[in-house]
Design a protein around this ligand. Structure first.
Ligand code: HEC
Ligand code: HEC
Ligand code: HEC
Ligand code: HEC
Ligand code: HEC
Ligand code: HEC
Ligand code: HEC
Ligand code: HEC
Ligand code: HEC
Ligand code: HEC
Length: 318
């Protein structure tokens, strides 16, 4: 086999061409952006670059209608702010060049041409200040390419509220199939029936707790917002309620077991932490008379105040 022969000068020549091409492209891109002021992450403030929503409406009838129906016309009432915060151009960027060219689509910001992060940055410029959106930029949704305009549509929303592309839970099931099967189980929170929604427990815009969970007044899981009696404070707390949270014993979405429990038999749950064998336990062992072959398998018959008690350290009464 003949060895591959390196020709150093030819190689250098090609490298030179490549370098020149890169620099030329870079300069071209930079000056293009500068002329058009169309970087999705910038909002130039020079009023001469803007035309105002009324001008856009003359050529874009359908979008003008959805805009007038939605909430964003209200941005035009903030006249003390610059034009970059108002009307169509608050989202689509300065439009004078686009209008002057008779509608050159490359001279206006098109959301379909932006990445999820770029599109979301434009929305967040106004919405990030609200408390419920403060975590979006580091949320698992954006990290996986799900941006504002995946769930919301400014001009083609089908849900009645919040400009959603479709209403809950269908919107969420579209991507979270496994969760859909949880809610089809015999015991479930009545999300499909419309009595509550995914966003009662989750913030789709991100949160401090894992799994985008909303917090309760004690900064634990959201559950105690509705199940006030389970969260205490109690004189005699059952440690796992606060330490591991409700999901130590319950499946929050749905379950085949009564009371959304994680196991079919109550004692199977308790035995994960309490056993009759001393050294292997993570919690106080059960008394030795708790024979699991007998009536002692129904733990909550005798320990009914399982979430905590104000009267009894062994949770006999509430
Ligand atoms: C003189 C008429 C005219 C005016 C005024 C006008 N546009 Fe356009 N616009 C057009 C035409 C024509 C197109 C190209 C449509 C195509 O290529 O399918 C276009 C395309 C667009 C697109 C891209 C659409 C796509 O399919 O990707 C956007 C976004 C847009 N315009 C927004 C605006 C905004 C915002 C304003 C106001 C700043 C505005 N337009 C003002 C005529 C106009
Ligand atoms: C709150 C941000 C926002 C405002 C305000 C806004 N748009 Fe849009 N526009 C979008 C987004 C996002 C899309 C991509 C499609 C969608 O989400 O509905 C879009 C899409 C479009 C398109 C292209 C339609 C297509 O086929 O994708 C046109 C044209 C357009 N907008 C014009 C306008 C005009 C005209 C106005 C003002 C009357 C306006 N927009 C106001 C965010 C906005
Ligand atoms: C220039 C600032 C601004 C930008 C940019 C902006 N919004 Fe808004 N948005 C507003 C204002 C103002 C309201 C009305 C708030 C109110 O009335 O409380 C609003 C309301 C909303 C609502 C609530 C709708 C409802 O029915 O209550 C949604 C959803 C929304 N915006 C999504 C978006 C998305 C998605 C984007 C990016 C494509 C975006 N916004 C970009 C200012 C902005
Ligand atoms: C995974 C889907 C999803 C994504 C991504 C998403 N949203 Fe939402 N958004 C929703 C749902 C669902 C609601 C309904 C609110 C509720 O029921 O709590 C909502 C409500 C809103 C509201 C009105 C109520 C409120 O909380 O202020 C605004 C404004 C809003 N979203 C803006 C945005 C913006 C801006 C982004 C991107 C930074 C974004 N959303 C990303 C699903 C989403
Ligand atoms: C009653 C409160 C509640 C409701 C309603 C709820 N969730 Fe959850 N969800 C939780 C909790 C709590 C967890 C964490 C589970 C854990 O720690 O094991 C979770 C976990 C998740 C997860 C991550 C783990 C997994 O099971 O895949 C996803 C995704 C999810 N929920 C989506 C949804 C969707 C979509 C809906 C609506 C159809 C919904 N949730 C309704 C409380 C809820
Ligand atoms: C376009 C697809 C898409 C839509 C629509 C969507 N999600 Fe997600 N969601 C994802 C992806 C991708 C992730 C990150 C990967 C994962 O954890 O499954 C995620 C993550 C989550 C998580 C965190 C899961 C964890 O284990 O940390 C929750 C909770 C969640 N989504 C709830 C919702 C809810 C509630 C809705 C409806 C309002 C919704 N999602 C709509 C795609 C989507
Ligand atoms: C928005 C209010 C709300 C939130 C938040 C909520 N729940 Fe519920 N939960 C209910 C309602 C209402 C029912 C009972 C009625 C029904 O839907 O069948 C219920 C039923 C239950 C049941 C079954 C009760 C029984 O008697 O069998 C358990 C267990 C439960 N929830 C645990 C939780 C946990 C754990 C969380 C947090 C992850 C939570 N819930 C969050 C409203 C809520
Ligand atoms: C150590 C396990 C465990 C933990 C942790 C736990 N539960 Fe329970 N929970 C149970 C058992 C067992 C039952 C069944 C009681 C019965 O059959 O009488 C139950 C029943 C329930 C019920 C229905 C009956 C009732 O008492 O209202 C609700 C609602 C409930 N739990 C909510 C919660 C919430 C909310 C949390 C978190 C704040 C939580 N649970 C934490 C074990 C637990
Ligand atoms: C996730 C672990 C865990 C699970 C599951 C659990 N427990 Fe506990 N339990 C504890 C811890 C921790 C304590 C606090 C005492 C200690 O430090 O050992 C405790 C305390 C108790 C006490 C009071 C003991 C005393 O004198 O302080 C009783 C009674 C009890 N649990 C019964 C139950 C029953 C019945 C179940 C099943 C429904 C159950 N536990 C499930 C961890 C758990
Ligand atoms: C027939 C009633 C009854 C049933 C059923 C029952 N217990 Fe008890 N349990 C008691 C009594 C009574 C005590 C108090 C013993 C004492 O104070 O010496 C007790 C005490 C405990 C203690 C505290 C031990 C200590 O040292 O403080 C734990 C933990 C416990 N039970 C767990 C369970 C678990 C787990 C189950 C189900 C597998 C269960 N119990 C079922 C009656 C019952």
């Amino acid at each position: 086999m003949t060895p591959f022969r390196v020709r150093p000068f030819a190689l250098l020549r090609w490298l030179g061409v490549l370098l020149f091409a890169c620099v030329a492209l870079k300069i071209g891109a930079a000056s293009g952006n500068k002329q058009q002021n169309l970087s999705p992450l910038r909002q130039p403030s020079d009023p001469a670059l803007y035309v105002g929503a009324d001008t856009c409406k003359t050529c874009h009838q359908p979008e003008a209608e959805s805009y007038n129906r939605g909430p964003h016309w209200r941005t035009e009432t903030g006249k003390h702010k610059g034009p970059q915060w108002q009307g169509c151009e608050a989202c689509h960027g300065p439009g004078k060049a686009h209008v002057d060219s008779g509608g050159d689509a490359t001279k206006i910001i098109r959301f379909t041409a932006l990445s999820a992060r770029e599109a979301s940055e434009r929305c967040a410029a106004c919405h990030e200040k609200s408390e419920s959106h403060a975590n979006f930029m580091r949320s698992p949704h954006l990290a996986n390419g799900v941006g504002c305009t995946t769930c919301h549509s400014i001009h083609a929303a089908t849900a009645r509220h919040d400009l959603l592309v479709s209403a809950q839970p269908a919107l969420c099931y579209g991507c979270h199939r496994d969760v859909e099967s949880d809610f089809a189980k015999p015991q479930h929170h009545r999300v499909n029936e419309g009595l509550m929604s995914c966003t009662d427990c989750h913030n789709p815009h991100g949160a401090f707790l894992p799994h985008n969970l909303r917090t309760s007044s004690w900064q634990g899981l959201v559950c105690s917002k509705c199940h006030i009696d389970t969260a205490g404070p109690f004189i005699f707390e059952h440690a796992p309620v606060k330490e591991q949270g409700c999901t130590a014993c319950h499946n929050p979405h749905g379950s085949a077991n009564p009371h959304l429990l994680t196991r079919p038999q109550v004692n199977q749950i308790c035995l994960e932490c309490h056993s009759t064998i001393l050294p292997t336990t993570v919690a106080v062992p059960m008394p030795t008379f708790h024979n699991q072959a007998t009536q002692f398998s129904q733990c909550v018959l005798c320990h009914p105040a399982i979430h905590g008690s104000n009267t009894h350290p062994e949770f006999f009464k509430r």
